[in-house]
Design a protein around this ligand. Structure first.
Ligand SMILES: *Cc1c(COP(=O)(O)O)cnc(C)c1O
Length: 357
């Protein structure tokens, strides 16, 4: 099986090996050491300040989105949410559930945010900004510098959901004044699903400290207190945290975050170049390195045939675009040789008449 979906993705042999072993006991120094390493490497890879802290939540990416919304905002806030697809909508829904006053910046499919759009929200007393910097449903990578400048000028607290773009596109918490970065285990971290990660800068820590959260499991204050000794309040997904440790150290030993981003960027560029002869169209304005949304006729059949006849998985879509678009992920343990196999299969499907204008 060759998996080009956007998560869960392919994992390295050493990561998979850990998944096959017995789960160890975790209330001890050995596990605390692993967690301290995880925290340090996460901070290094997002260029966080020394005073930043990291929490590892057992739950998929949405758990960390929800925990963030609950812990850093309250009813006195007024937040702006970039909504250009399914994940932007999720932030809107979360703010609604938790009574956080919010307004959406609605963008059409695959369209980038512009300075003009942002300027129309200037000087309007917004206190928070939420963006899925790669909106995985279209593959758009929003202009982070533009958003960061806007938030700086207006003194707005910036939360970046980098769940699908961490390790695929560059991001610098200090230079880009990002207060919170969220990511998850099953995207470019290339581990099984089940753990998501929140990196909190100094302002975020202050907000958490001063907020009252009505939740036991999603109380970041409690998580931070436990993390001081390398622990979590409740039993975490121990094996996945060990896999994350393995993976972060692998990346570190192979040249660090920059090399990993370059590796994924090369895979994405290679794929996009090589589909240029096929009757496909790319409509997204500014593509993330993590995923390519491919427009075509017959998308559902293409996805199905790739799976049944070639044992290759790409990401189908639901909704209106189901038969017009599929997505190809470039994250996870993939190589140029894997791209070769996908391109061969697509060329073959064209010969067979399944891919056509
Ligand atoms: C995958 C993803 C999530 C999280 O989804 P889960 O299914 O909860 O892991 C959130 N935001 C973005 C941008 C994503 O790509």
């Amino acid at each position: 099986m060759l998996n080009f979906t956007v998560g869960p993705v392919m994992s390295s042999a050493s990561v998979r090996k850990i998944g096959g072993e017995q789960t160890p006991y975790f209330r001890n120094d050995e596990f605390s050491k692993v967690m301290f390493e995880n925290e340090e490497l996460m901070k290094e890879f997002v260029y966080a300040s020394d005073d930043s802290r990291v929490v590892f939540i057992t739950g998929s990416g949405t758990a960390s989105m929800e925990a963030t919304v609950m812990n850093v905002f309250n009813e006195q806030d007024k937040v702006l949410i970039v909504n250009g697809g399914g994940f932007g909508q999720r932030f809107v829904d979360l703010c609604e559930i938790h009574n956080i006053p919010n307004e959406e910046i609605q963008l059409d499919f695959g369209h980038n945010i512009t300075k003009e759009i942002l300027d129309s929200y200037s000087d309007k007393d917004y206190t928070g900004f939420l963006v899925n910097i790669c909106e995985t449903s279209s593959g758009i990578y929003y202009d982070l510098d533009l958003i960061s400048d806007f938030c700086k000028e207006n003194n707005i607290f910036l939360v970046v959901d980098a769940i699908s773009s961490f390790l695929a596109n560059p991001l610098n918490m200090v230079e880009q004044d990002i207060d919170v970065v969220i990511t998850g285990s099953q995207k470019a971290l290339a581990c099984p699903p089940g753990v998501s990660i929140v990196v909190l800068g100094e302002n975020a820590l202050k907000r958490v400290e001063n907020n009252h959260v009505k939740s036991m499991y999603f109380d970041i204050k409690d998580m931070l207190k436990n993390a001081e000794r390398g622990q979590t309040p409740f039993t975490p997904a121990v094996s996945i945290l060990l896999q994350i440790n393995q993976r972060l150290k692998e990346i570190e030993s192979q040249g660090g975050v920059e090399s990993e981003i370059e590796r994924i960027a090369n895979l994405a560029q290679d794929f996009r170049k090589r589909i240029s002869e096929l009757p496909f169209e790319i409509k997204t304005e500014s593509l993330s390195n993590s995923v390519t949304a491919v427009f075509c006729s017959n998308a559902l059949e293409i996805v199905e045939k790739l799976k049944l006849d070639y044992n290759i998985w790409v990401n189908p879509n639901g909704g209106d675009l189901a038969d017009n678009m599929f997505r190809v992920g470039h994250i996870g343990y993939l190589t140029i040789q894997d791209n070769d196999k996908l391109i061969d299969a697509l060329n073959d499907l064209e010969k067979r008449g399944i891919i056509h204008d």
